[in-house]
Design a protein around this ligand. Structure first.
Ligand SMILES: [Zn+2]
Length: 210
C-alpha cells in the first residue's frame, strides 16, 4: 500500500479511506477456500503446541490455578496467532515467514486494522465472528475475552499476583472455545476435519476419529 504522509503529496483523506475500504473488500472477495486451506493442509499439526498448553492448564487447575491461568493464556495467544490468524495471512502471501510476522504483529495488538480485516475474512469465509458477537454463555466477544486473558496473564507475570480459581477457569474456557469450538468449526467450513481434536485432515473419504 502506498504511503500518503509525504508532505508534497496532496490527497483527500476521504478518498484515501474509501480506497483502503475498496482494497479490503477486494481482498476479502478474492479469497478462495483453497487459499484458506493451504497452511492447514501444509502443516496439519499446527495446533499441537496450543492444544498441549490447554491440556497443561487443565491439569494444573485444581492444584495451581495461577499456573493454570498462565498456560491457558499461552494456549489462547498461540491458538489465535498460529491456528486462526496465520493460516489466513498465509493464504494471502503464501510465505511462512511473512505470515508469521504479520500474525505476530496482530497477536501483539500492533496492527489493529489488519486484525479487523482478517477477522472479516474469517467471518465471511468461515462464518464465525471473533469480534462482533459473543459466544453462547459469554457476555463479551471472543476478542474481548482474549484481551482479558492477556491482561490477567500480564498481571501474573509482571506483578507476581496469584489468581482466584474462577479466573483460571474462565481463561481455560476462552482457550477451549478457540481450540475446541472455533478451530473444528472453521475446519468444517473449509471441508477439512480434525483427528484427535487437533490433526488436520483433508481426506474426504476418511472418517474422523474424534
Ligand atoms: Zn481424516
Amino acid at each position: 500500500m502506498s504511503r500518503v504522509d509525504d508532505e508534497d503529496f496532496s490527497y483527500d483523506p476521504g478518498d484515501y479511506y474509501e480506497y483502503v475500504e475498496r482494497m479490503e473488500q477486494e481482498v476479502i472477495e478474492r479469497f478462495t477456500e483453497e487459499r484458506l486451506q493451504s497452511l492447514y493442509t501444509a502443516q496439519p499439526l499446527l495446533a499441537l503446541p496450543a492444544v498441549g498448553s490447554l491440556k497443561e492448564a487443565q491439569a494444573l487447575l485444581d492444584s495451581h490455578p495461577t499456573a493454570a491461568l498462565v498456560f491457558a493464556a499461552i494456549a489462547v495467544e498461540i491458538g489465535v496467532r498460529d491456528v486462526l490468524l496465520k493460516p489466513i495471512v498465509y493464504g494471502l502471501v503464501q510465505s511462512d515467514s511473512v505470515a508469521s510476522l504479520v500474525a505476530d504483529l496482530i497477536a501483539a495488538h500492533k496492527a489493529d486494522r489488519v486484525r479487523k480485516l482478517l477477522f472479516r475474512i474469517f467471518q465471511e469465509h468461515i462464518g464465525l465472528s471473533l469480534d462482533t458477537h459473543s459466544r453462547p454463555g459469554a457476555r463479551q466477544t471472543p476478542w474481548e475475552e482474549i484481551q482479558l486473558v492477556r491482561g490477567n496473564r500480564n498481571d501474573v507475570l509482571h506483578r507476581g499476583i496469584t489468581v482466584e480459581p474462577a479466573m483460571a477457569v474462565s481463561a481455560i474456557h476462552t482457550a477451549a472455545y478457540i481450540l475446541q469450538g472455533v478451530f473444528p468449526s472453521a475446519m468444517g467450513f473449509l471441508n477439512l476435519h480434525l483427528h484427535e481434536g487437533l490433526k488436520v485432515c483433508a481426506e474426504r473419504s476418511c472418517k474422523p476419529t474424534a
